[in-house]
Design a protein around this ligand. Structure first.
Ligand code: SF4
Ligand code: SF4
Length: 379
């Protein structure tokens, strides 16, 4: 195990004990990550998009003033995710970033993008980093397969080359701005599951061997979640036209993921353990890591100010009723009531299940084991 892996394991273990103490003290795990939809506009047409029914239909967006109030009222957290839709379509994205950076509320602000606009991404990165060099800025760029597969899934010719160019430009700029980074997320589907290693080879060759390449199994509330009470289940969440790979392929997919993880730096990754566990969850329909994160360590804010504990359950309140004061809303009777309703469900959703790995001793053990060459890796 190298020193970076050791450092990550040590920090994760330290957080685990800290979070447990806080949970005992306050009754809730402290907020670690917020998913903020800044727009529901998008310039792609991905077959696996799980929110496609809400795209480009005029769902309102919070104003900058409202986002300022929100930024002032959220507790400090590790990661704020600016997502959508395509967040770079929001012309005031630098100001949104700035609102949270100025208040010092997130160690890292992640922008989830399809990478369709390399020039814009480069100029956004330059501006955001010049104004707030101390706040981490990480672009998560979606790439779902080699060129033909990716462009077919995304419904946009030329998307692959543009996404690679966006990655390369952020990597180049990161030499100038140390707190700037980019990584790739690939959604595993029936169409791309045989290309995972080939895609990783391509990224290592054309972007750099240090590329961080994450994965997520295509999600659908119908096939990726179990036990959500019917009255709070978000029914419309699921892809337009894309299935999971066949279960018979899961063992081979797990081996491919392990191959990629073994060649990655760092090797230690809760998300990798989550990937293996989510395959197991779909195969057995049994919970792997209890969801202690939704409504505690992780929350979701939609572009119109609606707030949910996760994306598979319905929003329980709107920030507008709380003067855009997040803390007031997060500790309201409505939020507590909903927490009581989500005690017995489980799902593969990476933002919640991936994080839940870090909240379990079994998860910490599996992270350590998967990072040690020669030891039996996690199942
Ligand atoms: S997955 Fe992202 S980029 Fe693709 S259509 Fe949905 S919101 Fe747009
Ligand atoms: S994220 Fe958690 S609360 Fe939401 S559906 Fe999945 S298991 Fe249930």
């Amino acid at each position: 195990m190298n020193s970076l892996d050791l450092q990550i394991l040590g920090q994760t273990a330290k957080r685990y004990f800290h979070n447990r103490r806080e949970k005992r003290r306050t009754g809730l795990y402290p907020l670690d990550m917020l998913i903020l939809y800044v727009t529901m506009r998008c310039n792609a047409k991905c077959d696996h998009c799980f929110c496609w029914e809400d795209l480009n239909i005029g769902i309102p967006e919070m104003s900058l003033e409202q986002i300022e109030s929100l930024a002032g009222s959220v507790p400090p957290m590790r990661t704020l995710i600016l997502t959508g839709g395509e967040p770079t379509l929001r012309a005031d994205l630098p100001e949104v970033f700035s609102a949270f950076a100025r208040h010092g509320k997130a160690e890292t602000i992640m922008v989830n993008t399809n990478g369709l606009k390399p020039d814009l991404i480069e100029s956004l990165a330059r501006r955001m980093k010049s104004e707030h060099p101390g706040t981490g800025l990480d672009f998560q760029i979606s790439i779902d397969g080699l060129e033909e597969t990716h462009d077919r899934i995304r419904g946009v010719p030329g998307n692959f080359r543009k996404a690679i160019s966006s990655l390369q430009r952020v990597f180049e700029l990161a030499r100038e701005f140390p707190a700037l980074s980019a990584h790739v997320l690939t959604v595993i589907t029936e169409l791309n599951h045989r290309e995972l290693v080939a895609l990783n080879d391509h990224l290592r060759e054309h972007v750099g061997p240090q590329i961080i390449h994450g994965f997520e199994l295509v999600r659908d509330v119908e096939t990726s979640a179990w036990g959500i009470p019917e009255e709070i289940r978000e029914k419309g969440v699921g892809p337009k036209a894309m299935n999971m790979p066949p279960v018979e392929e899961f063992d081979r997919i797990a081996e491919d993921l392990k191959t990629i993880q073994r060649r990655s730096t760092p090797r230690v990754s809760s998300f990798h353990i989550h990937n293996l566990a989510q395959l197991e969850m779909v195969r057995t329909q049994r919970e792997q890591y209890p969801c202690v994160t939704a409504g505690q360590a992780v929350g979701v804010i939609y572009s119109n100010g609606d707030v949910a504990h996760c994306e598979f359950t319905l929003p329980f309140a709107n920030l507008g009723k709380f003067d855009f004061d997040f803390e007031k809303l997060w500790h309201s009777p409505a939020a507590n009531e909903r927490r009581g309703q989500i005690r017995s469900c489980f799902c593969t959703h990476g933002c919640f299940h991936g994080k839940a790995v870090e909240y379990s001793l079994k998860g910490l053990r599996e992270m350590a084991r998967a990072s040690l060459p020669g030891l039996r890796s996690a199942k």
